[in-house]
Design a protein around this ligand. Sequence first.
Ligand code: ZN
Length: 158
Amino acid sequence: MTRVGIGYDSHRFIEGRPLILGGLTIPHGRGLAGHSDADAVAHALTDAILGAAGAGNIGQLFPDDDPQWRDADSMELLRTAHELVRGRGYTLTQADLTVITEQPKLTPHLGPMGNALALRLGLASGSVSVKAKTNEGMGFIGRGEGLAVIAVALLEAR
Ligand SMILES: [Zn+2]
């Protein structure tokens, strides 16, 4: 049996934090605000995986008012969520993500980001694809206030 899930996440840009996406630190003047490390790529994929398994969402698993998750490594939260759905008999076979941001230009980082995600989840290289686009100058993303990520994950029953 195949199951599909979608995840969405957005965070505000702020000064004084590193920009972490898909576990990689991306050179940029600003990072993302959040209780954890604010890795929106990891968060969107976590929600896609949980959604596909009908296992709730990232906020239920790792509440952002719980001091345990302050500055948490979101790639570790992602791995934990994947372990949870594996425990329910599913395995992640493929994921596709789109990062929507005006800045920085992410093209050189997309391949390494997909590989980092696949590696952390124990998947074959090439199983996770990450794309990037701008929002054509429109809305909060267009004004550079923040970025958003959409993720789709495919689970197979083992
Ligand atoms: Zn988030």
